[in-house]
Ligand binder design. Sequence first.
Ligand code: IPD
Length: 269
Amino acid sequence: MAVSPTELLDIARTVATEAGELVARRRREGVTVAATKSTSIDVVTLADRECEEFVKARLAQLRPEDGFYGEEGGDSTGTSGLTWIVDPIDGTVNYLYGIPQYAVSIAVVEGNPDPASWKQAVGVVNNPAADELYFASKGGGAFLLTGGKQQQLHVNEETDLAHALVATGFGYSSEVRAIQAQRLTHILPAVRDIRRAGAASLDLCAVAAGRLDGYFESGTKPWDHGAGSLIAREAGAVVGGLYGAAEGESMLLASNKYLFPEIEKLLIK
Ligand code: IPD
């Protein structure tokens, strides 16, 4: 990599901060649904589109040779070998309803936007409504900047599944949800409780910050977890799919090294 991780992290933090200010401002002004995507409840707001355009344009100024892969579809291939993976608003339904659990998620990876082969370099997740900016670079640890103060993040050391607080998420199609609900029947009786907060990137950051002991979801896309999975890993989490696979659409599981195999066993059941 010709560019240093520090430089990439500075750019990711700057752009995520600016984009967070934009979406928070649009939220205060009122949110408009622009269209629906996979199903009638999978919405995209005008702010999602505006934010992705903004992030894409800023990155094109700052890193013109890199590729771009965004949730709202403005993909481009670069020449540097680096790709920016962007979810302009993760937690769009929360954003629509004014629930302050949404984030701008920006990651940089070496290689294609495929979790099975990419090498993660940097990840930033900005929740402007909570004044929380999470960030990590490969090998550099994971941090939370809030109220002007920065703290390093570490996953919980919980070893007992029965005392684990575990989050999950659901897709937008009824068929997928029926399968996810079935899987949940194996997990719920075995853990302290379940959370469904509505933004995959923030669920991963919550594992990093010790606010959750684990998180799993099927059906997530690279932009949902590209940044959050690096932040969780850098805080000490194991992140992956089932049977030793990389995280991906079939499964994304994050927790400490003790609970990962326990939760995995229940997900395979
Ligand atoms: C969604 C959120 C949600 C998760 C869904 C994602 P979006 O992303 O991360 O928590 O359960 O799988 O699609 O649509 O708000 O960007």
